[in-house]
Design a protein around this ligand. Structure first.
Ligand code: PLP
Length: 425
């Protein structure tokens, strides 16, 4: 087939993008820890070719992907509904959807919820609707899928302004300057790179003060952190009902988005919002009308996940907190900096020299540790490094191995020193 000629705008955009992704592309070609084929799993250990590794790159925080009770929930629902309801949701939703939305609404303590296939679908569909041709104020380090949703809103006539990461004062400055009728603030809950939560109360205060709407993606908080209570088993709180409940915020002027594809190990996502908005999104948000829904197996495991979460979730979160704490304590002891100051299970370790990323990745792989490599442009150059994600299914033996390898890594490569040591130097 003859190659289509690219317009000069297209050429510039693609060339810029390829140049920005050169480091990542080099890693993809040269490092076994990117674009890997996983040949086999055994618990939280994986085999890539001949190498068995302890997996610290999974986002299955509660270990539901390997939970026998959850796995066993699938056959009966598939028997009843077949493998996949291929109606779009507007055409027809198996009763499983209603059951999930009912459970979820109770769990989150919000007015209503709507389930769609993925968070990416939700951002692309809902951000343009909520922006309504006004202004979107986006956290400058928001997740790429939020950024893409904002770009879509811009294509529909909205303006886009960015506020500085973790800086509610900067957001307020922008909100004071801009008097558009529709103003939407988009940001992450628990950040997928730093592992920390924003000062949600401060952002909610500023947003409400200026009559804007706050839109929060808590992909990594949902299932992990939840409401605080005197009887909680760990500082992650109880029930895993997300950042809004964890920080004792309300849903007034706040839309929460989350997903089941991390802590609940199921392909589905949700938006928590008032019922009139839910009803409006059923016709205004394309995935409800046009996209295939999540598969029955995922609907089954989501429902079973609610059950297991209610009975065993807090104990799993206690284990998760304890194992994450062991890794964070070891980093302090070894004298290595991490961006994580929350104790949540995402632990990013930046390198001193971003050019070491390939050899650091190779060292970890050769020593049986599988992590996410955070290359430029996924993170700024001074944060290039690797990210450890701990799950409740990582055994203490795997944590021991990780700590041993981190200790050896710190002696072999130059890693950044903890903030307190850098300040003292
Ligand atoms: C913060 C955040 N938002 C959205 C997504 C994408 O979620 P989904 O796979 O449901 O589209 C991710 C996935 O890594 C994420 O980390």
């Amino acid at each position: 087939m003859p190659e289509r000629r690219r317009s000069s705008d297209e050429v510039k955009w693609i060339d810029r993008w390829l140049a920005a992704c050169a480091d990542l592309d080099e890693l993809k070609r040269s490092n076994p820890m990117t674009d890997a084929v996983i040949d086999e799993i055994d618990g939280r250990r994986i085999r890539v070719g001949d190498q068995w590794l302890a997996d610290f790159a999974s986002c299955n925080y509660l270990g539901f992907d390997l939970d026998r009770e959850i796995m066993d929930s699938i056959p009966a629902q598939v028997e009843r509904w077949g493998t996949h309801p291929s109606w779009s949701r507007l055409l027809g939703s198996p009763t499983l959807f209603g059951e999930i939305e009912e459970h979820l609404t109770e769990l989150l303590g919000c007015e209503d919820t709507l389930v769609l296939p993925t968070i990416t679908h939700i951002h692309m569909a809902v951000i343009p609707v909520l922006a309504a041709g006004g202004t979107v104020f986006m956290d400058s380090r928001a997740h790429k899928t939020i950024y893409d949703g904002c770009q879509f809103a811009v294509a529909r006539g909205a303006s886009l302004k960015r506020f500085r990461f973790e800086d509610p004062d900067d957001l307020e400055r922008l909100l004071i300057e801009d008097r558009s009728d529709h103003r939407l603030v988009c940001m992450d809950g628990v950040n997928s790179i730093t592992g920390n939560a924003p000062d949600l109360a401060a952002f909610a205060r500023v947003t409400r003060r200026h009559g804007a709407l706050l839109y929060v993606d808590d992909a990594h908080g949902f299932g992990v952190i939840g409401e605080r209570s005197p009887s909680e088993l760990s500082p992650y709180g109880s029930r895993g009902n997300s950042i809004v409940r964890h920080l004792d915020e309300t849903y007034e002027g706040l839309i929460l988005v989350g997903g089941f594809s991390k802590a609940y190990s199921s392909l589905a996502a949700f938006i928590a919002c008032p019922t009139p908005l839910k009803e409006m999104l059923k016709t205004a948000a394309p995935p409800y009308l046009y996209s295939g829904p999540p598969p029955v197996a995922s609907l089954a495991t989501t429902l079973a996940g609610f059950d297991v979460n209610a009975r065993r979730g807090d104990e799993l979160r206690r284990v998760l907190h304890e194992r994450t704490g062991r890794v964070l304590d070891a980093l302090r002891r070894i004298g290595v900096r991490t961006l994580n100051h929350s104790g949540f299970p995402i632990i990013e370790i930046p390198l001193s020299d971003h050019r070491d990323i390939g050899s650091v990745g190779r060292f970890l792989f050769d020593n049986g540790i599988y992590v996410t490599l955070a290359a430029y442009p996924l993170v700024p150059k001074d944060e290039v490094g690797f990210r450890i994600q701990v799950t409740a299914a990582n055994g203490d033996d795997e944590i021991d191995e990780l700590i041993d390898v981190l200790d050896r890594l710190a002696r072999r490569f130059e890693l950044q020193r903890p903030d307190e040591l850098r300040e003292a130097a």
